[in-house]
Design a protein around this ligand. Structure first.
Ligand SMILES: [Zn+2]
Length: 124
């Protein structure tokens, strides 16, 4: 889903396109950032904040807890992380034989460990 939101005060629809793209509505009531990767929201009053989905439906946001001005609305849950791990395994195990015998870098190793760590931390 695209990272879009609508302000109920000034009726403007804003969109964050990239991780560091921080956009505010024309009256300054709401702002979003994070692009497609993270949905960061900041608003003075959540009653004025609406999510806009890809079909242009306006969604009222349920606020579960508030910790400071920046909140992460959605993080991948345990099942999604497991699916990411399975996709990673599939893509590596389907490599051609010459690629299978080449060494991996520490970057690859760290990204695999980070994924595993986030799965273990979120075991329900
Ligand atoms: Zn506004």
């Amino acid at each position: 889903m695209r990272n879009r939101a609508k302000c109920r005060k000034c009726k403007s629809v804003i969109e964050s396109l990239t991780l560091n793209d921080h956009v505010s509505c024309s009256c300054g009531e709401i702002s979003i950032s994070g692009g497609l990767y993270e949905n960061y929201v900041s608003t003075l009053n959540y009653d004025n904040f609406l999510r806009v989905d890809d079909e242009n439906n306006e969604i009222i946001v349920k606020v579960i807890e508030s910790e400071g001005p920046h909140e992460t609305e959605k993080k991948p849950d345990h099942d999604e992380l497991l699916a990411m791990l399975d996709r990673m395994i599939d893509s590596y195990s389907s490599l051609p034989e010459n690629a299978m015998s080449t060494p991996i870098t520490h970057y690859d190793f760290v990204s695999a460990l980070m994924l595993l760590s986030s799965i273990v931390k979120r075991i329900p």
